[in-house]
Design a protein around this ligand. Structure first.
Ligand code: ZN
Length: 164
């Protein structure tokens, strides 16, 4: 619940910041797509829940947010933004798509390449954006402890010699 409230408050700001960074660093996504937030509850194993998708025909990204961490949702958005760029440059035209049935990411060579590009570019842009943001934002983070008391977490102390 706490995560959801936090997400509502900061999510739009984070989306705007991330898209600004991505477009300033190589993403050619003009005009920007529509972004729909979906709060549906899904059943079955969590690892198989849908995370989001892109519809080339109406240039719309849908993001699944229920039960997910804001950072995870933003990574999905970054991934779908690469698909939007692919669509704008004509790589998702019906003539190139062919078989989009189950297993397309494994069996359709063109779509497998589209996925490879989307994962690789979105992951690197996302990493670069968050590293860049860490350098700009104040290096002190506040959190609530078990007694709901506001405390400071100094990220500098744990920063060195960690790779993530
Ligand atoms: Zn994809």
């Amino acid at each position: 619940m706490k995560i959801l409230i936090y997400m509502e408050k900061t999510f739009k700001k984070s989306i705007a910041e991330m898209l600004k960074y991505m477009t300033a660093n190589g993403l050619d996504a003009n005009p920007l797509p529509k972004v729909k937030i979906c709060k549906d509850i899904h059943e079955g194993p969590a690892c198989l829940h849908p995370t989001g998708h892109y519809e080339p025909a109406n240039q719309t990204i849908t993001l699944q947010v229920n039960g997910r961490h804001e950072k995870d949702v933003l990574k999905t958005l970054a991934h779908e933004m690469i698909h939007h760029e692919q669509n704008l440059r004509g790589d998702l035209d019906e003539s190139k798509m062919q078989d989009t049935g189950d297993g397309y990411a494994q069996n359709n060579e063109h779509l497998r390449e589209m996925e490879r590009e989307a994962y690789e570019r979105s992951a690197m842009l996302f990493r670069d954006w968050t590293d860049n943001k860490k350098n700009i934002d104040e290096k002190v983070v506040f959190y609530k402890d078990d007694n709901k008391k506001l405390r400071r977490f100094d990220t500098d102390k744990s920063k060195n010699k960690k790779y993530n």
